[in-house]
Ligand binder design. Sequence first.
Ligand code: GLY
Length: 579
Amino acid sequence: MFRFTYSVVLSILASVAGCASSGRPPAASVPPPPVRSGQTLDAQHGVVVSVCRIASTVGANVLRDGGNAVDAAVATAFALAVTWPEAGNIGGGGFMMVGEPSRVGQPAVHFIDYRETGPAEVKADTFAGKPTSHQLAGTPGTVRGLFTAHQTYGTKRFAWKDLVLPAAKIAEEGFVVDAALAASLNSGLARSEAFPEFRRVYGKVDGSAWKAGDRLTLPDLAATLHAIAERGPGEFYEGETASRIVAEMQSGGGLISAGDLKNYRARLREPIVGTFKGYTIFAPPPPSSGGIALLQMLNMFETLDLRADQRWSASTVHTIVEAMRRAFADRARYLGDPDYGTVPVAELVSKDHARQLASTIDPLKATSSEQVAPWAQLSETGGQTTHFSVVDVNGLAVSNTYTLEQSFGGKVVVRRAGFLLNNELGDFNPRPGQTNRNGQIGTPPNLAAGGKRPLSSMTPVIIARNGKIVLVTGSPGGRTIINTVTQVVVNRLAFGMSLRQAVDAPRLHHQWLPDGIRVERSLAEQHLQTLEGLKAMGHAIDATMPSRQGDAHSIEIDPATGRLTGVADKRIGGSAAGY
Ligand code: GLY
């Protein structure tokens, strides 16, 4: 059955902001679900929250037309590959958590690992010099991962192509650029002289800056998506698209071979499960570092008993930062691809380990990071990614984070295929054994190897209470992802904020080393006294103060009524769509 008829696709195009210029009215019989940008949307039947209004609308239309949350997630992910090119992708990878409600006991939560892999040629020291963007491209996992999701958990009411074609149509017919995308494109195009294909595809013909209201059309990407829609993932991994990736690699000195593409597999893994104040947390296992670090911090917070009325006191923030410091030290020491070494997951997320870590926190004074773990130092975080959350009418939940690593990956667009490749292999530790104060780590678990997945910070989570799924969240932001998700979760579950408040609240980041706290500018503006108190305790406050940390598109489910609250993070341009 082909659910997405041409007129339905046109209704998507016409229903999104500014897209009235498509010139065709929406089909009267299929009113688009309401959309709220940067706001909260209450819905009874289903909701999609992503960084982009168009993509949320595509997903919500699938829900409205009888698809489940996984069908909607697949369509949303393909749409984001068109409409949010800095991180939405088919040339990257990611993690998807799928939570199935159960009548008895805990929900069944599944984890699809579609992280990129190192091409077979990769060795531990391959990235020790100055690797190029082409060399840093890992074998992409997104298309295989989304297909696995569709085949394993989709309704089958929607054929694969029905979920890919809306994205293909948007790319083909063009769409109206909003302010967030204009800013993103202009930022990516700055310093892109070395990437002429990127400039050709994503630059304006007259070379001027993008502005809201402009139209972006992506014909090469449209053709690739049409081919993937018709021929399935085989097109990407063994077909004409695979040949174009290999040709791109050969012309740019990259490493991905036809064999790497053919051999790529998504992995189904068991999520990590922990508890926090009566909630059950389902979090991603390695090669994500996020699940372990999140549970370690929540376990420490239980021991340390955060006070709900003291959220912004220097003492509370100090406790949160000290937990971050310790979790990130363990991350550097122990975590990597579990298929290439043993990761002591159970020990790391045990309540005993958290008690031991928490017992080293001085309530009045910052611990030095070298004292916590004197053996290594981490580089500064970087990278962009995007997260979206979906819940359908039956309570099936999807928490999906996927990425090209940095914004627009390494700015390599595969010629004649129109999509961006990731530069994910920069997430491996680059120089074996070389750990120094300048921000480099060389510990063994995350050294590069052929077929291996680089350690990730992506942390899509699903949270249940009394067996019912109540919260879905996640975020982009490199290593800050882990701390963003942790803060949303504790704001909601420990400090009693509404989900809206929990997402809006100012954020901070400490990653063990460099030994300093990076705060959002709004935190400095709203809680200056807190920062003064932290400095008095011996904390260094990083002067950079970014305007935003993360972008946590989240959904809460009222366990009594089943009512859904979609909370679009305001920090970029997020939108909740549902009905
Ligand atoms: N590329 C960001 C991450 O995987 O952590």
